[in-house]
Ligand binder design. Structure first.
Ligand code: SAM
Length: 207
């Protein structure tokens, strides 16, 4: 799955966005994680530097070839072991109940079907595992988001969508959200991708 232009633009923009505030979001996303982790749609590996030392292994799944090559490079300087593989969130190369955490960072906006990707996250998580998520989501102005989604935005942004109710999708996939921070980033000015969520979810008992 190639998005060569988007991939190159994202690789240049990502460090600047991190400096502008995303780095702190990444740190909050990953704080306290331990054990075996799968990160879906890892991009160029922007999260890798922020995994805490209690993480023993990260499997980073990334379908876009250029981003995957950048992620492989980022993995070489990560503080924990990171293996980067080709793959999609919709079909993870992992056994049932095999990881302690699934990390979704600015990716549930881009997967073709959130329910399928979240069902995979649910499948691979151990019963006491955790889903960590950091996503831009549907919000106001919803009309503008819907219009952009139906026209130019996905083509310009590697398949990204603005108007997705990701908290509802997480809950519908059999998770219970245990922590949820909603905020706008950037905090002011017009940006249709400003509404964000950052939080944690666990498998709902019996689901
Ligand atoms: C905006 S980038 C975010 C990258 C990275 N997670 C980060 O936090 O910087 C969106 C990522 O989702 C990936 N992606 C798109 N569709 C995907 C899918 N079906 N499965 C896994 N990743 C996917 C893209 O290749 C890209 O790396």
């Amino acid at each position: 799955m190639g998005h060569p232009l988007f991939a190159r633009i994202y690789t240049r923009m990502r460090p600047r966005l991190d400096e502008y505030g995303v780095r702190e979001h990444r740190q909050r996303l990953l704080a306290g994680l331990a054990g075996e982790v799968v990160e879906i749609g890892a991009g160029d590996g922007g999260n890798f530097a922020h995994y805490p030392p209690a993480v023993t292994q990260v499997l980073a799944v990334e379908p876009e070839p250029y981003l995957r090559s950048q992620a492989e490079h980022s993995a070489t300087s990560a503080p924990v072991p990171v293996q980067v593989v080709d793959g999609i969130a919709d079909r993870l190369p992992l056994a049932d109940s095999s990881v302690d955490a699934v990390v979704a960072s600015l990716v549930l906006c881009s997967v073709p079907d959130q329910a399928t990707a979240l069902a995979e996250a649910h499948r691979v998580l151990r019963p006491d595992g955790v889903l960590r998520f950091y996503e831009h989501v549907a919000g106001t102005p919803g009309r503008t988001q819907r219009l952009l989604d139906a026209t130019i935005y996905p083509a310009l942004s590697g398949g990204c969508h603005l108007h997705r109710d990701t908290t509802a999708a997480i809950t519908a996939a059999g998770f219970t959200i245990t922590e949820l921070d909603r905020f706008d980033f950037p905090a002011s000015g017009f940006n249709p991708a400003a509404p964000h969520i950052l939080g944690r979810a666990v498998r709902t008992a019996g689901a």
